[in-house]
Design a protein around this ligand. Structure first.
Ligand code: DCP
Ligand code: MG
Length: 401
């Protein structure tokens, strides 16, 4: 049995959208300086003309065509670009040739805030990963048949209301959505439907798998693992002995297995699990059974995190997307699996026997135990994104529940 997966409860059926703005800092610069549109633009920090100080933060796609990439020395990057002005002849510095702009975080943050506002209008649950990147849980918003149209509209809204372009990946898991958004950049929209994830990934180079950094990829190549499909087919025990828990995780990602739910950043406000029936059903026994299993899963998750809960809620979704919720608060915080099951079943009673496509259990009003470790996200990392794919930093396993 896959860790974290309950018998009889399939992997949570999610529709996840990963949004990542294209050459974000450069796009922001172009927004306030339209003359830069269509031009190679390099954005970086710490550069003084005539010195080799400063590294590239990002570059427009036009600049990337000349070999400019982030983390390169700015002086080197500017050398690669064709000059609008022959800097040397005119006595102008390269920086004045019109392609370099210094980082202006305050301005980029304001543009990012506008983008975020739109993202939050398009999904109840949004996990912000970095200044230009977020995961959206679309599960209750759209159906697979409509996701492409949804994606087109979201992209068009960002472009018309903010003025930057986004690339979107829509997939049943966070890790696949991340790969999908990167797959057709810039201005991309890639939909990977359930059941297609493994085939979508199979021919991609192994470093495209979420969580595989350059160091890991190099070692994998030595082991004959070149493509994501090779990683998916590799022996998980071998991967674990080579790469530790990370090896098992990227193996799962390459197979399209990723149980993570899109959760907002920071300390969770709630824990929830939901599960769709294979087909909408009015079978009470099956419904109560599912509620009980979900309650168990939620209780165990809270227990692992050393969290008490005071409010218990359920959700019942009638086809197509009619979401109904009920909740009850207890007199004090508890961590009690049997009580959670009992209250969830009671609350569900109102909907039992109706034709439902999905049910869920949630606990909220949480109290965190003294042992609760701040997750890396408190330090700028995140479990959706992997800031350190080669595992130089210690990461908490709970982040990958
Ligand atoms: N950034 C940075 N240093 C890096 C990488 C990124 O300062 N090594 C900044 C500049 C980017 C922004 O973060 O504009 C977002 O990072 P992305 O990795 O999403 O890069 P871009 O948005 O620039 O390009 P892409 O179109 O590939 O997403
Ligand atoms: Mg980006």
């Amino acid at each position: 049995m896959e860790r974290g997966r309950l018998p009889g409860v399939s992997a949570p059926e999610q529709i996840v959208c990963h949004a990542d703005m294209d050459c974000f800092y450069a796009a922001c610069e172009r927004l306030r300086e339209p003359a830069l549109r269509g031009e190679p633009v390099v954005v970086g920090m710490g550069y003084e003309p005539g010195t080799t100080n400063g590294a590239v933060a990002t570059a427009s796609y036009e600049a990337r065509e000349f070999g400019v990439e982030s983390a390169q020395a700015i002086s080197e990057a500017l050398e690669l670009l064709p000059r609008k002005i022959d800097a040397a002849r005119n006595g102008d510095s390269v920086a004045e040739a019109g392609f370099y702009r210094p980082v202006d975080m305050e301005y980029y943050e304001s543009v990012a805030a506008d983008v975020r506002e739109i993202l939050h209008e398009h999904a109840e649950t949004v996990r912000e990963v970095s200044i230009d990147e977020a995961y959206l849980d679309l599960t209750d918003r759209v159906d697979w048949a409509d996701v492409e149209e949804f994606g087109r509209r979201l992209k068009a809204t960002i472009e018309s209301e903010v003025g930057v372009t986004a690339s979107l990946g829509i997939a049943p898991t966070m890790s696949a959505a991340k790969v999908a958004s990167d797959h057709d950049k810039p201005d991309g929209l890639v939909v990977v439907e359930p059941g297609e994830v493994r085939a979508f990934l199979a021919d991609l180079p192994v470093e495209d798998v979420h969580g595989v950094g350059p160091v890991t990829a190099a070692r994998m190549r030595e082991l004959g693992i070149d493509a994501a499909g090779d990683l998916a087919a590799a022996d998980p025990a071998t991967l674990e002995s080579e790469f530790g828990e990370r090896g098992r995780r990227v193996h799962r990602f390459a197979r399209g297995e990723d149980e993570r739910a899109v959760e907002p950043k920071g300390r969770p406000k709630s824990f929830s699990r939901e599960s769709a029936f294979h087909e909408p059903t009015d079978d009470e026994t099956a419904q109560y059974d599912r509620i009980e299993r979900l309650a168990t899963a939620v209780a165990q998750r809270a227990e692992r995190r050393d969290v008490l809960y005071q409010t218990i809620g359920i959700k019942a979704v009638a086809p197509p997307f009619e979401v109904r919720t009920r909740a009850r608060s207890l007199p004090g915080p508890v961590a009690d699996e049997a009580l959670l099951q009992e209250v969830a079943a009671e609350l569900f009673g109102e909907f039992a026997g109706q034709r439902l496509r999905k049910v869920g259990v949630r606990v909220s009003n949480l109290s965190f135990g003294a042992d609760e470790q701040p997750s890396l996200s408190a330090f700028g990392g995140d479990d959706g994104e992997d800031p350190d794919p080669d595992g130089q930093r210690q990461r908490s396993l709970t982040e990958f529940e």
